[in-house]
Design a protein around this ligand. Structure first.
Ligand code: 3HC
Length: 282
């Protein structure tokens, strides 16, 4: 089945980035969220980026207009009826995702692929919530989506080969490199990256160095483009904590226990860039 129309569920940081790369590659994209204002905000972010790209001569006005035309606002899953693929990038909450997938499987046609951008939850469990688990797969993007080259393709135990092949092909068409990863807590990148961030938060909590010094150390000493604490703010501290808990519970291993300071910041509502306060102020 040729993929032409795609619904992206969730128009936050990840969802709007995913919608942007798909629309730029020529796909018709339903940008879906629970409220119109969320959808508008997600699309406005893409429009602002396109305006900047035109002003800098990186895109022609014509191309930018075409990308805009490829984006269709949606607040109704029924719009996915004629889509060949749905990519869910909603809140990282198990129960919400299970509910979304159950509904999507009922609304969409038999062959529609249902992908999730989950950063750590079990694809196998999400697939099992649907009536056609073989069409469910993980398609994990990285933030900022238009810049980061990787897509982790995470297959549930039930995912069929045709579904994995179609997602691999799509990833190539949108200029990404895909890697097949076994369905395992945190997959590959987050299993390695988020415990490193968590360790930086332990170090900060123990007074090893200041946030600025820890970040500078990792930039200069390990050549990371961004220090771990700035990256935590960028990803969102609630997301970092949620991923640590998935690792902790998924492996039943205390080495993944979340840093107490991470928990405290999340309790305080200091979630990073999105709340203008995390390890840094914005
Ligand atoms: N659309 C298109 N292009 C964009 C963009 C967007 N939304 N946002 C940025 N860009 C482009 C800019 O236009 C610029 O392009 P140019 O070089 O051609 O001008 C380029 O990206 C770099 O942008 P900036 O100059 O603004 O910023 P930096 O050079 O400082 O890079 C960064 C910023 C790419 C965020 C870099 O610091 C970085 O790579 N940081 C690490 C990010 C990372 O680790 N991400 C993974 C997080 S984990 C994750 O996402 C998984 C999840 O499950 C938690």
């Amino acid at each position: 089945m040729k993929i032409e129309k795609i619904m992206v569920i969730g128009s936050g940081q990840m969802g709007s980035g995913i919608a942007q790369v798909l629309a730029e590659a020529g796909y018709t994209v339903y940008v879906n969220d629970i409220k119109e204002e969320f959808v508008e905000k997600g699309i406005a972010k893409i429009h602002a980026w396109l305006d900047k790209a035109v002003a800098r001569g990186r895109r022609t006005q014509e191309v930018a207009d075409q990308v805009r035309n490829n984006l269709i606002p949606s607040t109704d899953y029924q719009d996915a009826k004629d889509a060949q693929l749905v990519i869910e990038a909603a809140t990282e909450n198990r129960d919400i995702k299970l509910q979304i997938f159950k509904q999507l499987a009922e609304i969409t046609s038999e062959g529609t692929i249902l992908a999730t951008n989950t950063s750590s939850l079990s694809i196998t469990e999400i697939a099992a919530a649907t009536s056609r688990p073989e069409k469910v797969i993980g398609m994990h993007f990285f933030n900022p989506v238009p810049v980061m080259k990787l897509v982790e393709i995470n297959r549930g135990i039930q995912t069929d080969d045709a579904t994995a092949e179609a997602i691999k092909e799509l990833s190539e068409k949108i200029g990404k490199t895909s890697i097949d990863i076994k369905d395992s807590p945190g997959f590959a990148v987050n299993r390695i990256l988020i415990p490193m961030i968590n360790e930086a938060i332990f170090a900060l909590g123990e007074g090893v160095a200041t946030a600025e010094e820890i970040d500078e150390a990792m930039k200069l000493g390990a050549n990371h483009p961004m220090g771990p604490l700035a990256l935590a703010d960028y990803i969102g501290l609630d997301t970092c904590l949620a991923i640590m808990l998935v690792l902790y519970n998924g492996f039943n291993d205390s080495k993944y226990r979340p840093a107490p300071l991470l928990k405290k910041y999340v309790e305080a509502g200091w979630l990073g860039k999105k709340t203008n306060r995390g390890f840094y102020s914005y």
